[in-house]
Design a protein around this ligand. Structure first.
Ligand SMILES: Cc1cc2nc3c(=O)[nH]c(=O)nc-3n(C[C@H](O)[C@H](O)[C@H](O)COP(=O)(O)OP(=O)(O)OC[C@H]3O[C@@H](n4cnc5c(N)ncnc54)[C@H](O)[C@@H]3O)c2cc1C
Length: 511
């Protein structure tokens, strides 16, 4: 794929977004998505080819959606997290790739740059977003350091008033397309050692000595509208483009990542609502054995599960809108951020798989919403912290607190933190825990704890007036899931892989 395919349209005049209300901005954006995806082009036709047709991108950017999160003092709308979540949800209803594109720009560039960027750099960067349809992304991952990102080998040293960054980064969303990047790197000492802390720099790829070379574009399995690839980093960054941490660079990075994880429910909610609407419409229309697919009990099971997933994501959105404001330091909120990210991304994939099952063979196409949903939603369980690892971390965090509080009984711990949910699952959780658990059990325990915390968020959503029937259905489903996770947690299975598995394992030779 050539870099030209990712060239963006440049709007010439800034639209004064500050004079509009949020409702106005949202309805204009929805109208532009309708024109882009359903009138001027058909999303099902272009979605199976890579990139975004220039006319479609021009239409989507016509209302300057990236101005939403830019602070008011730099000409943006200065949206609250609550508004950003609603906006991204609306995009996810139409296209998960578009929602992720907005999520990358807002959560991984604009929000952290607004918070930690230097004043002298902000005016010109934000002006490019507002007037030239500029985009931004974040590069952390390296070929040899993905999950173990803090060991990254991209380094920087100070030379002639610039920071010289050298290394390789891959899988950054909007590779070759974004104009601005937050680049993460570790300082190289005079003895060529890498310091433990991480620094973050803004790279302006259109400025001298800051061009990032894309070594290879990847054939990503889904999310065809977002380019990914491997980049060579060899750039000289001016001093005012370094982000200034309030404490350490690692804490700044975690504040950034936790805020982004808290905004996952935005994408999940719109995506799952669309899946639910598609599933209800399809099963109402499809006649099998003289009755509507909708009327089969197993289908009702699937549809009600989708509806519960919709309620759960709504609960996460409500919670995130209270916690994740940009001025809050989210570094200490690892447990909640990780629960939010893992559960919502699991629900996205589960819902997509369920829709594809209901639609059957005709859904198994890249140019059908159901098939695309499966491949588009899968990486959400991998990026920004692999779910296996995050569940392990959730379990570790809870066990550490239990140890500190000298509590062994799971119900007692839950009652201490989330009494409303604890009460509902007391019959399942009234047992003592061993603080030392094998990793596979830690992951199960993390999944279990996450669903109990989720229950708490759903109860809170009910308390502020959300549809009572939906709340009650979601709580029933969560109780069932919690019971399943517990069964699995208690089951003893210490199997390990046999390396010489080919010995006596050919059934044919035994017959
Ligand atoms: C679509 C997509 C978009 C992305 N966007 C970005 C982006 O915008 N910016 C960016 O910097 N990066 C991005 N990434 C990269 C992403 O963050 C990494 O892929 C992720 O951190 C995992 O790293 P890895 O792929 O190297 O997997 P690895 O680190 O090799 O891990 C692979 C798997 O091994 C297992 N594993 C690893 N460690 C452990 C452990 N300690 N215990 C048990 N199991 C373990 C887990 O199952 C894990 O999923 C993106 C990736 C994808 C697929």
């Amino acid at each position: 794929m050539s870099q030209d395919q990712h060239t963006k349209p440049f709007t010439s005049s800034p639209i004064s977004i500050q004079e509009k209300t949020f409702d106005q901005i949202l309805s204009e954006f929805k109208a532009s998505m309708k024109r882009a995806f359903h009138e001027e082009a058909n999303i099902d036709e272009f979605c199976s080819t890579r990139g975004i047709p220039p006319d479609v991108l021009k239409e989507l950017m016509s209302g300057n959606p990236l101005a939403l999160c830019i602070p008011r003092e730099y000409g943006g709308f200065g949206a609250q997290i609550k508004e950003n979540i609603t906006f991204i949800s609306a995009a996810a209803y139409e296209s998960l790739a578009l929602a992720l594109t907005l999520g990358i720009n807002n959560g991984l560039f604009i929000q952290p740059f607004s918070k930690y960027g230097q004043e002298s750099a902000k005016q010109s960067v934000f002006s490019d977003f507002l007037n030239k349809s500029a985009m931004g992304g974040l590069m952390i991952t390296e070929p040899n350091f993905g999950s173990d990102a803090l060991s990254m080998s991209t380094s920087f040293s100070e030379k002639d008033g610039f920071f010289h960054l050298k290394g390789k980064k891959h899988w950054a969303g909007l590779t070759g397309m974004a104009d601005f990047w937050l680049l993460t790197a570790r300082k190289k000492t005079e003895s060529d050692q890498l310091m433990r802390d991480i620094d973050i720099f803004v790279c302006d790829v259109n400025a001298p000595k800051q061009k990032i070379l894309v070594e290879e574009y990847f054939e990503n399995l889904g999310l065809y509208q977002i380019p990914y690839g491997r980049n060579i980093i060899d750039v000289h960054i001016p001093k005012n483009q370094r982000l200034i941490p309030q404490t350490t660079g690692i804490q700044m990075l975690l504040d950034l990542l936790h805020r982004s994880r808290f905004q996952f429910p935005a994408m999940a909610l719109g995506f799952i609502k669309r899946i639910m609407d598609e599933a209800i419409a399809h099963t109402n229309n499809r006649i099998i054995g003289n009755k509507k697919l909708f009327d089969y009990d197993q289908v009702q099971n699937r549809l009600s599960r989708l509806q519960a997933n919709y309620t759960i994501c709504s609960a996460f959105c409500a919670n995130s809108s209270k916690i994740a404001a940009i001025e809050n330091d989210l570094f200490p909120y690892g447990l909640e951020a990780n629960i939010t990210k893992t559960v919502t991304s699991d629900l996205m994939q589960e819902s997509a798989q369920s829709l594809l099952q209901l639609v059957g063979a005709k859904g198994y196409k890249l140019n059908h919403f159901a098939g695309r949903s499966v491949v588009d939603s899968r990486p959400f369980q991998i990026f920004e912290g692999s779910n296996d690892i995050l569940y392990h971390q959730i379990a570790d965090a809870v066990l550490k607190q239990m140890k500190t509080l000298k509590i062994k009984n799971l119900h007692n711990y839950l009652n201490h933190h989330i009494p409303n949910a604890a009460e509902k699952v007391k019959h399942l959780t009234d047992f003592d825990l061993d603080y030392k658990i094998a990793q596979r059990k830690l992951v199960k325990f993390g999944q279990l704890i996450s669903r109990i915390y989720t229950m708490n968020f759903v109860i809170k959503l009910g308390e502020i007036g959300f549809n009572n029937n939906l709340i009650s259905n979601a709580l029933t489903l969560l109780t069932q899931d919690i019971s399943n996770y517990l069964n699995s947690f208690h089951f003893e299975n210490k199997n390990t892989v046999l390396t010489d598995y080919e010995e006596s394992s050919d059934w044919f030779s035994l017959i």
